[in-house]
Design a protein around this ligand. Sequence first.
Ligand SMILES: [Zn+2]
Length: 464
Amino acid sequence: MSNEENTREGSAPRSCGVDSGRGSRDNKQLSNYKEISPWHSANHRRAEREVCSFQGKTSGVLSAGVSASNSQPKKQRLLGVQEKRQVRPRTCCSLTLGLSKTGGSRSMLPPPLTAELARIPVHLDGAIKPETILHFGKKRGIHLPADTTDGLLKQITCDKPGCLTTFLQKFDLYMPAIAGDREAIRKIAYEFVEMKAKEGVIYVEVRYCPHLLANCEVDPIPWNQKKGDVTPDDVVNCVNQGLKDGEKDFNIKVKSILCCMRDKPCWSPEILRLCKKYWNDTVVAIDLAGDESIIADCSGHLEAYKEAESSGIHRTVHAGEVGSSQVIKEAVNILKAERIGHGYHVFEDEQLYKQLLEQNVHFELCPWSSYLTGACKTSFKEHPVKRFKNDGANYSLNSDDPLIFRSTINTDYRITQEYMEFTEQEFEKLNINAAKSCFLEEKEKKELVYKLQKAYGMVKSTEF
Ligand SMILES: [Zn+2]
């Protein structure tokens, strides 16, 4: 991608870069594929019919360089308990806590997908209800591109592959309605928890850059806002309040991750400070997101990550989404990332990939997002996700920016099921992976893993 695509002041320098000029897309067959957000459920059945109407046969052909045999030992290690389990009764989805209680949308989801139970990365500013955007736009007198939910969704969502510029412009359209307003920030955090509970999530880590929701003590002030009085510190406070209220009301566990932005190394010291200040007050980790092609002075990020490591703050990095395997190498070896956001390009360096498998580094994969952002230009049948699966890698499936991609996590589940031969057992395994690689403290993590294993029928006893 070109740098100029990414240098617009005030745009969210997000992770989803794309080289718009490279190659042609060969998964045009998916152009009819549409998934809709949980708050847009009226069209859900129609969308499902569209998905089901595409009967793409899964070829079973492994991606280049993969041999089925080399995946076995790792797989066995990861499966562990699962090996011994009995056939999982369909009812085990009953641990999809919150669904029956909250009257969520489970009934609209196609069987036999396992509902997500533990989710790792979702962007807060990419998971806002359109109604909330409209509400605050109106209340604050901020111009929005439409005044109805449908109209707004048409403008701010992507349903076919685009380029980085298109993707970033979506944030420009609606973020001014939310950023710089304490009530709005609290509300999106609260509603995020509500949405996740309705999807059946029992634990989620939400990530955001505090500076992109602030309008004071941030340079430059994002989204062409006027200077106000909401600092990045205030933002974290408001998000925390919303998340904690949501946790109480919807009975799920939520933690947060604060994102540094690649093109804003000057923000990183403050982000590190906020991670420390709010450590375990929902905040559990630091992230680095944004355009991987930027070769800026990285010392701000490096210092922040060094100190994060020495302070016991967990670390994840968006790397190898569109960037090269070198970015992943730096993330793991220099920034000491414990998890990699996306990481599709790791296969350019087999040695590195082997190292990461050995280190059991967790990959946060987002197939639908990778399709729409152009991060992966292969067909779904040859998508890197398939190789991660076949090699028994430590990975999870995630929705990334569900508002803009008009998706729920089931979009990604369905894609992997339809095109990559994912089975229910694989969904269970990757949920366990997500839980084992989450940033909860050890005791809570064990409880989460146990909860899942119990739900999946992997353990018989009730002791913990
Ligand atoms: Zn992301």
